[in-house]
Design a protein around this ligand. Structure first.
Ligand code: ARG
Length: 656
């Protein structure tokens, strides 16, 4: 039962008698902002009036006259310039609640048009441990998979691991030249990760040394332009002056940006040159940039040593990553990774050439696209294949294997150009109906508002952050328990609760932010007992459970047998309506793949329950009937919270 869809369905015929473009008008029917006007509001009479050249109130009246909503709405009211306000009938709400009460799905129907969806998510590069940036793709993708499945779609979750790229060239090179064997035996992944960072530093140093003079040159050039532009500004008056000054400001800010970049680069270089040991190594490994690429090329060409190293490293790296997935209860249907597609790449390029979709340009094989100046390269001059080639092979494989209707890529927004090009190319290749979507997201920031890093500038390992959150959650749980007249929990239970709360806090903080914005990673805020956090919701859930514990053994059964609800108090009615809007929130999640629609819903539900609880005594209700009705509302609330959180990948605890 989706109330909003039901209302929209009833508006459809009425609207279609007045206009052809019905869908955008249907979107203007929304839940009311202010409950005193009603439960839902339709704002479509205003634009429609404009379109038809009629007064909006008259249009609203015509719509209302035709609208067939009597079975569930009071007489619609027209307000202000032409708003149509709808209030649901209390008997109808009552009946719907009764249906939800006896339904394990709480009145959320499965879709009548199931689709097949491939979700590409998490997909870390495995040569280094997971860091905080990986949390986003992992939990957003997981949540979308859960919601889609719950609504009856078929989902294939694919962890497209980066297990074949230049990072392996880095660690192979590092292993051959710098490995500390005892450290490797002790903790291979840590040593590989150190090697990765070490080699990366060498590569960056040499690249930086080439880049620095080029940057200096650009700066000198721009300084000249700025000086010239200054005199142009001096010599111009009137209308032109403003324009010239604007240009000057633009150049000046470009110059400032370039200088900043140059200073950063120079500082990085001098960090190396001021360390004599490092400097010696750097000088001994002049050609490291090329050498690393060659190690990758050798691996791809089947070189025995490199392949053996890869086979040795890969399971260790994957084990490390798997530990995080296990902790976070993340599961994939398939994890092919880039290496799986390796021997299909040559054939993909041939297909493109044969179909005339790609052609050679300066030795490389390129797909030229209408809206972009730079083509998408699918084979480099030296014969190497690229990230894009693998992605095309992956799409082909998915199409052949699952015939999906939709492919979602939950990947950092910085890759949006790659995906735009990829999708355009894939569309011209397959000419099928499949829809592609890049579900992008912003950056995880530290408290200084910059990408989250340690003081030394390294990215922060994900596991240590999970540990930190669990440790802090443990402190909160212990404190809470000790504050009770009689502490209730064993050490083991406290630890278990801390894990659920700590992991939940991290997931929820990520999911509750609008995915396209950046957010600040702050474990204290995430674990706050008040506000829009998992902790608050888990606490609210546990509180409802404690009411049932106090109410005695029969309470749950009485509650679940309720056939008519008492919704006389506004807080009861508001809570009832919110409970019935669960399915709307899930539909909202899927409109633009935004899990925060669900977190918002749950937060609001918890707040409404809290208002209800304050105004409507449950255990001390005046009559048995009222007590049962309120217990039933409580039962529904706790079930909706538990299911809602489960769809976010978050668990609940019975007490905390
Ligand atoms: N491994 C890539 C990275 O870490 C992300 C892969 C995303 N998925 C894809 N099919 N390209 O940047």
């Amino acid at each position: 039962m989706n109330i909003l869809s039901l209302i929209r369905d009833r508006f459809r015929p009425a609207l279609s008698h007045l206009t052809e473009a019905v869908d955008p008008l249907l979107e203007m029917i929304r839940p009311a902002q202010d409950a005193s006007f009603g439960d839902y509001q339709a704002n479509c009479a205003m634009p429609l009036g404009k379109q038809l050249g009629l007064p909006p109130r008259e249009v609203a009246q015509r719509l209302v006259d035709e609208l067939d909503v009597e079975e569930f709405c009071e007489q619609p009211e027209i307000a202000g310039p032409g708003f149509i306000n709808l209030r649901l009938k209390i008997d109808w709400l009552d009946a719907q609640l009764g249906a939800a009460l006896s339904d394990a799905r709480l009145g959320v129907d499965e879709t009548s048009s199931p689709t097949v969806v491939v979700i590409d998510y998490s997909s870390p590069n495995v040569a280094k441990p997971m860091h905080v940036g990986h949390i986003r793709s992992t939990v957003i993708g997981d949540c979308l998979a859960r919601v889609l499945r719950h609504l009856g779609h078929q989902v294939i979750g694919d962890n497209h691991l980066g297990d074949w790229g230049t990072q392996f060239g880095m660690i192979i090179y590092g292993y051959k030249h710098f490995v500390n064997m005892s450290a490797y035996r002790e903790n291979p992944v840590m040593e590989l990760s150190r090697l990765y960072q070490y080699v990366n530093r060498l590569v960056e140093f040499h690249a930086g040394k080439i880049k620095l003079p080029l940057q200096e040159e650009k700066i000198t050039q721009l300084e000249g332009q700025v000086n010239e532009q200054m005199s142009v500004c001096r010599d111009t008056d009137g209308k032109q002056k403003k324009k010239q000054e604007k240009l000057l400001r633009k150049q000046q800010s470009q110059l400032a940006q370039l200088r900043k970049e140059r200073d950063g680069l120079a500082a990085k270089l001098s960090q190396v040159t001021s360390d004599p040991d490092l400097l010696r190594v750097v000088e001994e490994h002049q050609g490291v940039g090329v050498a690393v690429l060659q190690e990758t090329v050798r691996l791809h060409a089947g070189d025995e040593t490199n392949l053996a190293l890869w086979n040795e490293f890969l399971p260790k790296c994957r084990e490390e990553i798997q530990r995080v997935y296990d902790r976070l209860d993340i599961h994939f249907d398939v994890e092919y990774g880039e290496s799986f597609y390796h021997d299909q790449l040559a054939e993909v390029v041939d297909q493109f050439l044969d179909a005339g979709l790609a052609r050679e340009s300066e030795g490389a094989i390129c797909v030229f696209l209408e809206d972009w100046e730079a083509p998408m390269i699918i084979r480099k001059k030296d014969g190497a294949f690229l990230y894009a080639t693998t992605d095309l092979a992956t799409i082909r494989y998915r199409m052949e294997t699952w015939q999906p209707d939709l492919m979602l890529y939950v990947v950092d927004h910085r890759q949006s150009e790659h995906f735009s090009k990829l999708f355009t190319t894939a569309r011209s290749w397959f000419k099928s109906e499949v829809e592609y979507r890049h579900v992008g997201f912003g950056t995880v920031l530290g408290r200084d508002g910059r990408p989250y890093r340690t003081r030394s500038g390294d990215t922060v390992g994900l596991e240590s952050l999970l540990d930190e959150a669990v440790a802090k959650a443990h402190a909160v749980v212990v404190e809470n328990d000790q504050r009770k007249p009689e502490p209730e929990m064993s050490d083991e239970e406290r630890m278990q609760v801390a894990r659920v709360v700590g992991h939940g806090a991290i997931k929820y903080a990520d999911l509750s932010h609008n995915r396209t914005s950046d957010y600040e990673f702050d474990t204290d805020k995430m674990l706050a007992l008040e506000g829009n956090t998992a902790t608050y919701l888990q606490y609210s859930y546990a509180r409802v459970q404690s009411i049932f514990r106090r109410a005695g053994a029969e309470a749950r059964r009485h509650a679940q047998q309720v056939t008519t609800f008492d919704l006389g108090h506004p807080a009861e009615r508001a809570l009832a309506l919110q409970l019935l809007r669960f399915s709307e929130s899930l539909e909202e999640v899927l409109i633009d793949f935004r899990p925060n629609q669900l977190t918002d819903y749950l937060f609001k539900l918890a707040q409404m329950y809290s208002v209800f609880f304050e105004h409507c005594p449950v255990l001390k209700a005046e009559t048995d009937g009222l007590r049962h009705s309120r217990l039933a509302l409580s039962d529904l609330t706790s079930r909706a919270m538990k299911q809602g959180l489960a769809l976010l990948g978050i668990e609940v605890v019975e007490r905390m």
